[in-house]
Design a protein around this ligand. Sequence first.
Ligand SMILES: C[S@@+](CC[C@H](N)C(=O)[O-])C[C@H]1O[C@@H](n2cnc3c(N)ncnc32)[C@H](O)[C@@H]1O
Length: 352
Amino acid sequence: MRQVDDDRLMAFVGKVIGDWGALASAPLVVLGDKLGLYRAMTDGTPVTAADLAATTGTHERYVREWLAANSASGYFSYDGDGRYHLEPEQAVALTDESSPMCVLGGFEAFTSAIQVEPRLAEAFRSGAGVGWGEQHPGLFHGTARFFRPGYAANLVDNWLPALNGVTAKLESGAKVADIGCGFGHSTTMMADAFPNSTFTGFDPHGPSIEAASKAAAESGKAHHVDFKVGTAKDFPGTGYDLVTFFDCLHDMGDPEGALAHTLSALAPDGTAMIVEPFANDDVAENLNPLGRLFYSASTLICTPASLSEEVGTALGAQAGEARTADIARMAGFSRFRRATETPFNLVYEARP
Ligand SMILES: C[S@@+](CC[C@H](N)C(=O)[O-])C[C@H]1O[C@@H](n2cnc3c(N)ncnc32)[C@H](O)[C@@H]1O
């Protein structure tokens, strides 16, 4: 039996209690979002459970417990006498979907993702995959919400301009495919910014393509944007000036095959833009809070998704630049570089 240091054991269990709290309180954020509880508190006026229940059409006894739990999490401030208020920063993060700091999508996505656990236990034993489309439906909506703020803050203003000559082509009129587009937020953001260009979003997941098409139709904007069911290895068309992959290459079973097909679909001077979660090449350098999040999501979602598809490369969400560059070169791209980055994403440019 190895010697146990009681102080280190206590410190470790103390850390785990914090993690239990995060786990147990995560569904409370989803409830607060769904029921409009946070939105009813955005102006910062201190409220009691009775006030909040009355304005949101909810039951006071539930709301009282929810307010106390959120306060213990540090999501509200407690003013005493059963009154709570949202600080302006908490209000932005918990209610403002247009802010790059909005955190709601992550709660929806990750509380949905943990529901795959019983299937994963079996998959760990058998090595079988769990396809993207087999996940809880909340994951699809939540993932789109999770990524959208970062794309809104960076895609048009920073990421596209970091690519060689791409913005000029988009301004004058380019043909673009957005692969693994999910709910299509990246596709419509680009279409809104570049009305002379034509955009098609492809994804094998039918319900996501339906959601993307519906949102584009309801936006009332006359952009040249279309959504079609298709995989990265069979999307139709040639002569694309730009083919984009937003946080999806590593989810694919055959990223090399996907990039090889992309190369054959690109115009001779076209560009592939590959946006991946931020990662360093060495595991040891990813052992931090963001790496924890991405490795965990990768274990629950991305790795099983890739293993469910042909080839089953299972790059993982923390593949890093060196491994991604290898895949692009094996697919036939001669030029590959990190065009830019944010704390959350690496943006690569691959060219024929
Ligand atoms: C993490 S989601 C990202 C979705 C979207 N790009 C976004 O940023 O919100 C990964 C997407 O990859 C798609 N995907 C999985 N395998 C694929 C494949 N072989 N070809 C194209 N898309 C694929 C999934 O259906 C899913 O929509």
